[in-house]
Design a protein around this ligand. Sequence first.
Ligand code: MN3
Length: 206
Amino acid sequence: MNRYFPFVNFPLPYAYNALEPFIDEETMHLHHDRHLQTYIDNLNQIMEENPALQKYSLEQLICSWRSLPCHLQTPVRNNAGGIFNHRFYFESMQEPGTPCPAPELFREMRRQFGTPENFRAEFKKAALSVFGSGYVWLISDRGCLKIVTSANQNTPVFHGGSLLLNIDVWEHAYYLKHYNMRAAYIDDWFRVVNWNRAEERFQMRC
Ligand code: MN3
């Protein structure tokens, strides 16, 4: 992923219809080509108008938005987070049925949650608990798995490889196919999770 200005909307790592029938092609077009593109366009415009920001990476902008001038804090946080969170979300999915071994992550999951099914239930509960728009994340805090939520386009403060997985629960992520049934979307999302990608992140953790 490109981490510095100018930010580019790279193609998805799979076809738009690759996640069918769980996540539909039209949603993927709108989500990637319009929603993510808007965050990229907005952040590029902010960076063009404020060249002093151009030396910062996307991650640095997300971690240090509080140190920016007041009028830039919210737009930088929203748009930098919108890019990072969406890239992370799209990279965390794959064509259903693709083998995706994650032995270390599942071993830790069993240790902490008992079974993968218990983990899924906890994660789903958290995803249903997000009021309005936001994300749910699986993070590794010094090797300890935690489920955390974030509002809007906020990104949990992270250190290196500690973010493992996220689900976008903004309505635009599921409304065309699942209408207002977020629970059905969460169940379908579990069918397309790229656990192998989460395992790679888990092994890179700090
Ligand atoms: Mn989204």
